[in-house]
Write a protein that binds this ligand. Structure first.
Ligand code: ARG
Length: 463
């Protein structure tokens, strides 16, 4: 029997049921739906719409239904269009006429919006906590990298030696922005739509503030039309996950490069690499590649869902049911990505001496030579040209750059010392830069950031 059988003479076609159902995927909202219904029941009792006894019966019935859902005992029926329908049907089966009062003053429109906000707040909090774990891993790697340096790249061409710690922390700061965005998104979505009804509220004396507090929301909706049709929080979550996915993809790309024989900066652990079905010697970085590949799918979910939203008139439209699958999938893929990449990174062994050797080419210190001349009063553009000329000379005549520097009247042996391995990162002291002292200071700020993030997360995770 449908929820609207009174208005209809006929029964729904099998095509309608198959095409419009959302039960196959919105079962994930079961716990939130029970929580939402319990708050609603308490609200109905507080407003005197149902008696305390009726409320008590509904509450124990809802608890029983939750147990049935958890144990797998719950029998879904073909006509259960979605999880809301299924739970209400079962409550009515158990509690009879009192069960039939559950949906008083409520619509699935405000109900599903409430469930999904509860779900998304919690899941996004979970993603934040995974981000934090990943950042702690990066911090640990940065700390253990000590004074190891490697080439920093622009255009994927070797540019300057940078500390490996600086490299790890660069990804850590990008993740800090993801964390921040998600914490803000959680706050923005912390609005209860319950009480908005189908679209316009109710003639019954409902108390949206009461149910909002009961469900742990920070505030209630201000406009019922907006409350049932607003899915900004889904779009925003998909964007935040997409950008996090892009960051993971970039980390993945680096792991792919660094694990090649050509780079050779790291070796992957067997548990986090795959072999080839044909080529016996292969060891492949599939997790890192999928972190790159799956980010495309999450971005697809974002653009797909924005397209779903863009033409919708107020207020609820069934199109909105399309919010769940992309959201669930993006949350799932990004959470898996965070834990898989973190396993891959933490179990990899880094070849520090190979990194150092790759950065020990004197050409990577060309800017240090030019800046040394600047310190002696040579205008930068002239210094750049002098060193550029020496680099060209060195390459064309196959003469070591160090020798040319020693012999140059404006440079000499003091300048040539800049080419000694490790000197470049030691001398670079700009705050926020990749030099030793600057990275020590940066590590301090990153440690305080982690502490701040831990504090911000506590109340969110507790809920
Ligand atoms: N399953 C729907 C959704 O996910 C909620 C039901 C609202 N349906 C309706 N015909 N008003 O959005």
């Amino acid at each position: 029997m449908t929820l609207w059988h009174g208005r209809f003479e006929g029964t729904p076609s099998s095509e309608l049921l198959a095409y419009t159902q959302s039960l196959s995927f919105d079962k994930r909202l079961a716990h939130d739906d029970v929580a939402c219904s319990k708050a609603h029941v308490k609200g109905l009792a507080v407003s005197g719409i149902i008696s305390d006894e009726e409320a008590q019966l509904l509450l124990t019935t809802l608890d029983q239904v939750r147990v049935e859902l958890d144990s797998g005992e719950f029998q879904f029926e073909y006509s259960d269009e979605d999880i809301h329908t299924a739970i209400e049907r079962r409550v009515t089966e158990i509690a009879g006429d009192v069960g039939a009062k559950l949906h008083t003053g409520r619509s699935r429109n405000d109900q599903v919006a409430t469930d999904l906000r509860l779900f998304t707040k919690r899941e996004l909090g979970g993603v934040c906590s995974r981000i934090l774990d990943f950042q702690k891993l990066l911090l640990g790697l940065a700390e253990s990298a000590e004074d190891v340096y490697l080439p920093g790249y622009t255009h994927l061409q070797k540019a300057q030696p940078v500390l490996l710690a600086h490299y790890f922390l660069a990804h850590g700061w990008a993740l800090a922005r993801d964390f921040d965005r998600m914490i803000e998104a959680i706050d923005r979505m912390d609005v209860s739509p319950l009480g908005a009804g189908a679209l316009g509220g109710s003639s019954l004396p409902l108390d949206p503030d009461f149910v909002s507090i009961e469900l742990g929301f920070a505030r209630r909706f201000e406009n019922s039309l907006d409350a049932v049709s607003d899915r900004d929080f889904v779009a925003e979550t998909l964007f935040d996950l997409s950008l996090l996915g892009v960051h993971l993809s970039r980390i993945g790309e680096e792991l792919v490069l660094w694990s090649t024989e050509e780079f050779g900066y790291l070796r992957l652990d067997d548990a986090y690499s795959t072999g080839s079905s044909m080529l016996p010697q292969k060891k492949n970085p599939d997790i890192a590649e999928l972190a790159r590949g799956k980010s495309g799918r999450v971005i697809g979910s974002l653009t797909g869902f924005l397209t779903t939203l863009k033409g919708l008139p107020l207020s609820y439209n069934r199109d909105l049911q399309e919010d769940k699958e992309p959201l669930f999938d993006a949350l799932h893929q990004i959470s898996l990505g965070l834990s898989s990449l973190s396993g891959m990174l933490s179990s990899a062994s880094f070849d520090f001496s190979r990194m150092r050797r790759a950065a020990d080419s004197p050409f990577l210190c060309a800017i240090d030579l030019a800046e040394w001349l600047v310190a002696k009063g040579v205008p930068f553009r002239k210094a750049h040209a002098i060193i550029g000329g020496l680099v060209r000379d060195s390459l064309e005549r196959h003469v070591d750059l160090g020798e040319l520097v020693e012999a140059h009247p404006q440079l000499g042996s003091e300048a040539a010392e800049l080419l000694i391995p490790g000197v470049s990162v030691e001398r670079r002291q700009t705050l926020g830069g990749s030099g030793t002292e600057a990275v020590r200071i940066q590590l301090e700020s990153f440690r305080s950031l982690i502490l701040r993030e831990e504090i911000l997360l506590q109340p969110i995770i507790k809920h």
